[in-house]
Design a protein around this ligand. Structure first.
Ligand SMILES: [Zn+2]
Length: 115
């Protein structure tokens, strides 16, 4: 009985360790944590322009969103009013001033990815 309990504990420890090796990031919209490869990464390219980094090719800070429409809308703004707030959130997250125009462009691209 004792021996069985011991092996059970070993198995749990092992699983916990392997899970911790998966890079996990937080979605800026819903604040849930997901494996990095399930999220959409937003990053600044060499020209200082915010981009959707599908291949993980841009170095530096990134902001992440999961692919659900609600989060995409929260991060890139549903309308001009909410876009100002989105621009602030993204600017803070990426440590670079992101304009509302850039956010609007991101929104258009992300909505296309939805379909
Ligand atoms: Zn989300």
């Amino acid at each position: 009985m004792n021996r069985l309990a011991h092996t059970d504990r070993l198995a749990v420890d092992c699983q916990a360790r392997s899970l911790s090796h998966v890079p996990v990031r937080t979605c800026l919209g819903c604040r849930n944590r997901f494996p990095k490869n399930q999220l959409i990464r937003l990053a600044i390219d060499l020209n200082g322009v915010i981009n959707i980094d599908l291949e993980g090719k841009y170095l530096g800070r990134g902001a992440y969103t999961c692919s659900c429409l609600k989060c995409v809308e929260q991060i890139t703004g549903e309308n001009d009013q909410s876009r100002r707030k989105s621009a602030q959130i993204l600017s803070r997250s990426l440590r670079k001033r992101i304009s509302e125009k850039e956010v609007a462009e991101l929104n258009a691209i992300l909505l296309k990815l939805q379909t």
